[in-house]
Structures are given as structure tokens and as C-alpha cells.
Design a protein. Structure first.
Length: 114
């Protein structure tokens, strides 16, 4: 499974960004897909995840501001990020779980200026 993320960039505080991540290769049986992030000097943390049937989970820090969605036909997961804060600045990584193995995409940088 290969995961290709896109959509990062520089945005002012209060603004919005939409990240996308397309899976290719052996995409059948990908159950959960999600996003994690890692800020400089900090550990990687899970941001949001979504099951194949659409059940979602969010980190408390992004609830009400971020929305994860998924298009199974396109093997793509999205992360709509609204009301961005400076503390959301990080490298964002998408991931996919298939048959017990978690695959990671390359990171995409999100920088929120205050």
C-alpha cells in the first residue's frame, strides 16, 4: 500500500485547509484510515481516524474543528481543518490499516501563523 498526501501549506490562524491522502497498490481490505501529526520536538500523535463504514474518532484537541471523511471508491481520505490554531502547526501523516499492518504516507507540512 502506498499513501500519497497533499494539501498542506501556510495559513493564518482561524483559517482552513483540506488535506487529502490517496491510497494505491493493494488497497482492498484497508479498514481504518487516519491522520497523525508531529510537531518539532514532540511525539507523533493521532489526530483522527475513520473506519471503512464511516465511524470516526478525533483527538480532543481537534474535536469540533477538524472533520475526517473517506471516499472508498477513490481510496482517499480527507481531513478538513477549520479554525486553525498555531498549535496545529506540524507535519501531518496519513495512514492506513490493512490486515493488521499500518502503512504511512509521506508527511505534508501545515504551518499556522498567528
Amino acid at each position: 500500500v502506498q499513501l500519497q498526501a497533499s494539501g498542506g501549506g501556510l495559513v493564518q490562524a482561524g483559517g482552513s485547509l483540506r488535506l487529502s491522502c490517496a491510497a494505491s497498490g493493494s488497497t482492498s481490505s484497508i479498514s481504518y484510515m487516519g491522520w497523525s501529526r508531529q510537531a518539532p520536538g514532540k511525539q507523533r500523535e493521532s489526530v483522527a481516524s475513520i473506519s471503512r463504514d464511516g465511524q470516526t474518532n478525533y483527538a480532543d484537541s481537534v474535536k469540533g474543528r477538524f472533520t475526517i471523511s473517506r471516499d472508498n471508491a477513490k481510496n482517499t481520505v480527507y481531513l478538513q481543518m477549520n479554525t486553525l490554531k498555531s498549535e496545529d502547526t506540524a507535519t501531518y501523516y496519513c495512514n492506513g490499516l490493512r490486515l493488521g499492518i499500518k502503512y504511512w504516507g509521506q508527511g505534508t507540512q501545515v504551518t499556522v501563523s498567528s
